[in-house]
Ligand binder design. Structure first.
Ligand SMILES: CC(C)(COP(=O)(O)OP(=O)(O)OC[C@H]1O[C@@H](n2cnc3c(N)ncnc32)[C@H](O)[C@@H]1OP(=O)(O)O)[C@@H](O)C(=O)NCCC(=O)NCCS
Length: 178
């Protein structure tokens, strides 16, 4: 599925990752335990971890397996404030997303999710955009609802969130289809 390399929203640009993004992402949110709480990774202790992650994202773009977009304010293309990954399955795109804490609550991630979902569902081979979130991640669930995603159900023992314990936790499945 050929999602575009660049997407534009009212306030944001979604673009391909660059090596230089790692330092900014490390400073902006990768070390932040509150940001990482419901993510599948632990807060980064060293910038080298963020470097490795960005290299992995660059490889993902090259392989076509997924599109991990970096989110920047359009007027400040060099400074990442978050990421939105679109993982590509046969007829489905699965989203994962994160934003620096200082940008929460301003509708930015809704803007980004809406733009990626519209672009995906405009592709002839894409019929479904989905995302899961922890049952206690109310901000994430609300963000998906605002973007027109329907709650389809609860997935028991679905995801281990290492910052919240060693056992898999329940997730909610949300999707927007055409
Ligand atoms: C989830 C996240 C991406 C949302 O980004 P955002 O730009 O703040 O989202 P938006 O501003 O578009 O929308 C957030 C909505 O959740 C609401 N919200 C925030 N905290 C909430 C809470 N604890 N309970 C209920 N609703 C909450 C906001 O009020 C807003 O809804 P509203 O516009 O109706 O008032 C951001 O909080 C984040 O990065 N969290 C950490 C990483 C994460 O959890 N990622 C998702 C993993 S599934």
């Amino acid at each position: 599925m050929l999602l575009p390399e660049r997407l534009q929203t009212l306030r944001l640009t979604l673009r391909k990752p660059r090596k230089a993004d790692a330092m900014h992402i490390f400073d902006a949110y990768a070390q932040d335990i509150e940001v990482a709480q419901y993510m599948v990774w632990r807060p980064h202790q060293f910038v080298g971890e963020t470097n490795d992650f960005i290299l992995y994202c660059i490889q993902e773009w090259a392989s076509g397996r997924s599109r991990p977009y970096v989110l920047v304010h359009t007027e400040n293309d060099d400074i990442p404030i978050g990421m939105l990954e679109a993982r590509i399955f046969s007829n489905t795109i699965d989203l994962g997303y994160v934003l620096q804490r200082s940008s929460w609550g301003a509708g930015l991630m809704s803007e980004a999710i809406d733009a990626v979902s519209n672009a995906a569902l405009a592709l002839p081979e894409c019929f479904r955009v989905q995302a899961t979130c922890d049952t206690e991640n109310h901000a994430s669930a609300r963000t998906l609802q605002k973007c027109g995603f329907a709650r389809e159900g609860q997935l028991e023992r679905h995801t281990i969130l290492p910052n919240l314990g060693a056992e898999p936790r329940p997730s909610l499945m949300y999707a927007r289809c055409r």
